[in-house]
Design a protein around this ligand. Structure first.
Ligand code: NAD
Length: 419
């Protein structure tokens, strides 16, 4: 995906909404791009300069919000794209945040824990003027975690001489995090699918589901879908997985896989037949081509492209990964009447979980774990309903409709600002 692609989608939604050209430009242009070259003292006593980015895409609806990734290939184009997607996600689910994203060019596996801590602290120093509980709130992303968030917050509080638990989300429970955060993206996806289920003229227990990816998103999603009663018939991660058309008992099946240290074994557990050798072994790729009502790519981007879109047999694709279906593939799938639920809606449960954490940190409003799960499901179902209703009203795809909803909300906020 390129930034031009997002820009094109924003322009086309803006024109459909009859927005003036300056408002459209304001929405696709990132408000601020920070490129920092910051020093880190390495364990051998030498100082090395690292490069980090923070793109503050849009804050018309509220503080910039989005993760920070540590990766040796991170670059400004990628961070710009991800920041724009965050503005769209927070607007689609209608929470009072804008969008931002950050990245540091580093392979965390190549440095020590002490170096990782000093790198985080130095990056915070270089961007501390631009972040804050009401300004810009980072979170974990690729290769960053709750420990890094703790260092981040501590350094920020040291610099600003104030308590600021809400300057960052994705913290451990003991540091002001909340329980629902870890599962929020998967739970949100399950809530989206529950709403989509209304489109099928059969009960949830007969709606067949195939999942590619069994990491943080995939396994929480599978857990919640199983609890809701959907019929999960295939799951695969990068090493492959299982398929059984009568439904997998995914808890038992994947417990066994993980006991074998990720190696796929020759038995799965079928919901009806129990331990079974009847299951089909699928690869990370072939799992995409199984006959099912709903296919969920929840692994990595660009899994469904112009090269394999023809092989897809599912009726609905729910994009839990970011950008798993390319633009050209979508054109082919549209002709085949495959409904695609876009990433900016499907995987936005994570930022909703972050929002709940931030509310707890910055106000005296608290929710129990159960309340936060219920609220998350309710908000994700409402957003899905709105996207589907708008798609029907304007005779557009759910992706176009999600963009229309998001852009109209951002434009409304821009119009109410004084310049
Ligand atoms: P993860 O690293 O925990 O898990 C990734 C999964 O994908 C693993 O099961 C892995 O085996 C599988 N995988 C990796 N390469 C693969 C390949 N080539 N083919 C098939 N499977 C492959 O990541 P995650 O946090 O679960 O994120 C999954 C996707 O969801 C990513 O695209 C991520 O950007 C997106 N996403 C995640 C969150 C979140 O809260 N974690 C939020 C929004 C979007």
């Amino acid at each position: 995906m390129s930034y031009e692609e997002i820009e094109g989608q924003i322009k086309s939604a803006g024109e459909k909404l009859k927005l003036d050209s300056s408002t459209i430009e304001q929405i696709y242009s990132p408000q601020r791009i920070i490129e920092a070259n910051f020093p880190v003292k390495m364990d051998n006593g030498k100082v090395k300069i690292f490069k980090g980015y923070r793109v503050q895409h849009n804050n018309a609806r509220g503080p910039f919000k989005g993760g920070i990734r540590y990766h040796e290939d991170t670059n400004i184009e990628e961070v710009k794209i991800l920041a724009a997607l965050m503005s769209l996600k927070t607007a689609v689910i209608d929470i009072p945040f804008g969008g931002g994203k950050g990245g540091v060019r580093v392979n965390p596996k190549e440095i020590s824990q002490d170096e990782l801590k000093r790198l985080t602290e130095s990056f915070v120093k270089s961007i501390s003027d631009f972040i804050g509980e009401k300004k810009d709130i980072p979170a974990p992303d690729v290769n960053t975690n709750a420990q890094i968030m703790k260092w981040f917050r501590e350094e920020y509080e040291k610099i600003t001489h104030q308590k600021a638990p809400g300057v960052i989300t994705g913290k451990k429970l003991s540091d002001g995090g909340i329980k629902v955060r870890d599962e929020a993206t998967g739970l949100g996806g399950a809530a989206v699918i529950l709403e989509i289920a209304k489109q099928f003229s059969k009960p949830v227990k007969d709606i067949t589901i195939v999942i590619q990816g069994f990491g943080n998103v995939g396994h929480h999603l599978a857990h919640h879908l199983a609890q809701m009663g959907f019929l999960i018939i295939a799951i695969a991660d990068v090493d492959g997985g299982f398929m059984h058309e009568d439904g997998l008992d995914y808890y038992k099946t994947f417990k066994k896989v993980y006991h074998k240290k990720g190696k796929i074994c020759d038995t799965c557990y079928c919901l009806i037949h129990g331990e079974s050798t009847d299951c089909k072994i699928v690869t990370a790729e072939s799992v995409l081509y199984q006959q099912a009502d709903i296919l969920i790519p929840a692994a990595i981007g660009e899994q469904i492209t112009i090269k394999n879109a023809d092989k897809i047999k599912a009726k609905v694709i729910v994009e839990m990964a970011n950008h798993p279906v390319t633009h050209d593939a979508e054109k082919i799938l549209k002709k085949k009447n495959v409904l695609i639920i876009p990433d900016i809606l499907a995987n936005s449960g994570g930022v909703l979980g972050s929002y709940f954490e931030w509310i707890e940190n910055t106000t005296d409003k608290k929710m129990t774990y159960k309340q936060s799960q219920e609220k998350l499901i309710e908000k994700m179902r409402r957003a899905t309903h709105e996207v589907l209703k708008t798609a029907e009203k304007f005779s557009v795809t759910p992706r176009e409709s999600a963009y229309l909803l998001a852009i109209s909300r951002i434009a409304k906020a821009i119009k109410s600002q004084k310049i």
